[in-house]
Design a protein around this ligand. Structure first.
Ligand SMILES: Cc1ncc(COP(=O)(O)O)c(C=O)c1O
Length: 393
């Protein structure tokens, strides 16, 4: 509980100077900033003064968001991007070169998996996958590697990792570590404190929190963030727009309260699903003791139906849960695994990231536990099987 209040205090503090004492910072919606004189301009170009020049580099609204996020992640610095994937690709590409080897935990977010499987090999970079829940397997893969890529919990199968142990192994082998912390959010996990070098978020999820922005952010030491900054500015360029950064600032203010509510509802629904005889497995990190460093859980988890449930009828019978990708907003969402297996738009081998034809991913939103449970049980009944509670063993 204290985590929420601590995070809320951090968010309220460190507001940038505001115009006319406005309680909310302005959206500085501009691409460039002009100079009063030649001398001021040359001083900025020489790096003798720090001031905005062009919004791909520095923008005050974006900077206000980055400063708050760095505080929350207990990091020295942060850098915001146009999407979570822009943050992931920039973090990886800034830290590898042809001939390098990356070690990634299995079942990472599917587009990160595609980046590793299709894009990095084009640049002569190889990627080895390891079971992140097995620290010895990770340690064995690290000698000679350049980068360790973590996500905890992993996507779909939701395996929570012992991040501190894996980060320490990376340090022992001189391997740079990166983690996707989108699910836990800075409220429940601070990987920098656990020894990870760089944290990545899809801010489109809980940080934004209202499903109205696609964005990403990284956090870490000034040196580590600067390395990415120095590559992204001239080359990759996927920076966030001021309006989107402003939406993230707004989202951050309620982040601690929202994740607490997602946690309570999702855990309760996961427990009830696990008790149903039509459900084979529920993959929710909160159903077992959490690894050290993970202080809470949020609203996204998966489960696998037993044979006999018609996923089409289940999904179409849901009323509160909407069929849709993404997660982290106010609304409850469902993704059927069999549909993901059919995806044609991108190189796909969904089974490689743990998705099966009987798995379902749920995002538990803020509509209230009992209403959501009523929706799920009605849809399960409509899908062909009565939802009996499992007989006692
Ligand atoms: C765990 C995880 N990381 C990263 C991303 C990518 O973020 P974005 O969609 O903002 O590019 C997503 C989802 O879309 C995700 O689920």
């Amino acid at each position: 509980m204290n985590d929420h209040y601590e995070a809320s205090r951090l968010i309220a503090a460190h507001d940038s100077d505001s115009i006319l004492d406005a309680v909310v910072p302005p959206i500085v919606q501009t691409s460039l900033f002009t100079f009063d004189s030649y001398d001021e301009m040359i001083a900025a170009y020489r790096g003798e003064i720090t001031r905005p020049i062009y919004s791909r580099g520095l923008n005050p609204t974006v900077r206000a968001f980055e400063e708050k996020l760095a505080q929350l992640e207990k990091a020295e610095d942060a850098l915001a991007f146009a999407s979570g994937m822009a943050a992931i690709s920039a973090s990886v590409l800034s830290n590898v070169a042809p001939g390098d080897r990356v070690v990634a935990v299995r079942n990472v977010y599917p587009d990160a998996f595609r980046l590793f499987g299709t894009y990095l090999p084009r640049m002569g970079i190889t990627v080895d996958y390891v079971d992140g829940t097995d620290p010895q397997a990770v340690e064995a893969a690290l000698p000679g590697a350049k980068l360790l890529y973590l996500e905890s919990p992993t996507s779909w199968v939701m395996e929570p990792l012992d991040v501190g142990v894996l980060a320490a192994a990376a340090k022992r082998h001189g391997v740079f570590s990166v983690i996707d912390n989108s699910w836990a959010t800075p409220v429940f996990q601070n990987p920098i404190e656990l020894g990870v070098d760089l944290v990545v978020h899809s801010a489109s999820k809980y940080i934004g929190g209202h499903s109205d922005v696609v964005a990403g952010v990284i956090a870490g030491s000034k040196e580590n963030v600067d390395r990415v900054r120095s590559e992204i500015y001239p080359y990759l360029g996927g920076r966030i727009a001021p309006m989107d950064a402003w939406l993230l600032l707004r989202g951050l203010r309620t982040l601690p309260l929202r994740v607490a509510a997602h946690q309570d509802s999702a855990l309760e629904i996961a427990r009830r699903l696990a008790a149903l005889d039509v459900v084979e497995t529920v993959m929710h990190p909160g159903l077992a003791p959490l690894p050290a460093g993970l202080r809470g859980t949020t609203g996204l988890f998966s489960f696998i139906f037993r044979e006999g449930i018609d996923l089409r009828r289940f999904c179409d019978a849901l009323e509160l849960f909407k069929l849709g990708v993404s997660w982290g907003g106010h609304e409850s969402l469902v993704v059927p695994g069999d549909v993901v297996l059919e995806q044609k738009a991108r190189p796909n081998s969904a089974h490689e990231f743990g998705i099966s034809s009987r798995s379902v991913r749920l995002h538990i939103g803020l509509e209230g536990t009992e209403a959501l449970w009523g929706d799920l049980t009605a849809a399960i009944a409509a899908a062909g099987q009565p939802s009996e509670v499992k007989a006692a063993q």
